[in-house]
Design a protein around this ligand. Structure first.
Ligand code: HEC
Ligand code: HEC
Length: 258
């Protein structure tokens, strides 16, 4: 749980560290939209779903809103909620709400899927994940696997189908800030690899491959760097089109521990 709250504060810091209020309808950078997407998957996805269409009559990914036209009206809904409905108010600043709006607007123009593969079979996908794909060497699903890479137990809730496909076909394109792989070498030569959790002027916090939180003084490190290339293999050549569809359909079905 401590880990969860660290991640939560990271998300808020990432959202808070924004420049001036963007202009209505335009002026959002890809980085702002990405921050909006991270906030969306933390604060909205459980009710609205990864594609924004989980609540009947509401489709946040369509750029058509029943109760709002302008960005300002959307920001107001996000901050104040919709009284008398389950849509809750949230203590978001104008900037935080604006990047959420930027993300909602971007959903309408980004495709739900990036490829036209054959339909997938989730039970074949499960077998591929556990055997041929060796995914559990790096990922955790339920009570199985390890945590070198992100936990996939709820990936079907937090990511859109298109994002899961990109993760498999081009892992280095879209590394989320909360999954940033980092590698450090201590002055005595010890190597530490894992995921960056946080850093400040003097220290860096890494979740290492044994799921241990390591806080390291930068002065004790010979070097440290963020990896631009994902440690995750590219499965474009390792799995057939059919197998990719099967794995994707299995991942989409992962909606947390039951
Ligand atoms: C507890 C569940 C819940 C959470 C969390 C939630 N929503 Fe909602 N939201 C709803 C419901 C239910 C409605 C539909 C309300 C109605 O019109 O009856 C709604 C409506 C909306 C609408 C209006 C849609 C329209 O067509 O006008 C927007 C915009 C919206 N939500 C955005 C968000 C954003 C962004 C977040 C995250 C910051 C979020 N919601 C979090 C339940 C939730
Ligand atoms: C060698 C370790 C390794 C293996 C094997 C591996 N992954 Fe990954 N995976 C990672 C790491 C590290 C990340 C985080 C960096 C990134 O996004 O590329 C990641 C990211 C992902 C993501 C994106 C997660 C998110 O939060 O958006 C998905 C989905 C995923 N992997 C699925 C799989 C599947 C399915 C397999 C097997 C077919 C697999 N991975 C095999 C290491 C691995």
């Amino acid at each position: 749980m401590a880990l969860k709250s660290i991640l939560f504060s990271l998300v808020l810091t990432a959202v808070a560290a924004l420049p001036a209020f963007p202009q209505e309808g335009h002026g959002f950078t890809p980085a702002e939209i990405q921050r909006g997407g991270i906030a969306y998957s933390s604060f909205c996805v459980n009710c609205h779903g990864p594609d924004g269409d989980q609540i009947s009559g509401v489709n946040l990914g369509s750029n058509q809103f029943r109760r709002a036209q302008s960005d300002a009206e959307l920001i107001r809904i996000i901050q104040k909620g919709i009284p008398g409905t389950p849509m809750p108010p949230g203590a978001y600043t104008d900037e935080q709400a604006a990047v959420l709006v930027a993300y909602l607007r971007s959903m309408a123009t980004s495709p739900r899927s990036t490829r036209k593969g054959p339909p997938g079979d989730p039970s074949r996908g499960k077998a591929l994940v556990e055997a041929k794909g060796q995914c559990l060497n790096c990922h955790r699903i339920g009570h199985q696997g390890t945590v070198t890479g992100p936990d996939l137990t709820s990936i079907g809730i937090t990511r859109r189908l298109a994002e899961i496909e990109i993760a498999l076909l081009d892992p280095s394109i879209d590394i989320r800030p909360e999954n940033r792989p980092v590698r450090a070498v201590a002055k005595d030569g010890t190597k530490i690899a894992g995921t960056l959790l946080n850093q400040d002027t003097y220290t860096i916090q890494i979740l290492d491959s044994n799921a241990t939180l390591r806080s390291l003084y930068k002065t004790n490190l010979r070097e440290y760097e963020f990896l631009k290339v994902s440690p995750m293999p590219n499965f474009r050549d390792r799995l057939s089109e059919q197998e990719i569809s099967d794995v994707v359909s299995y991942l989409v079905s992962l909606k947390g521990l039951r």
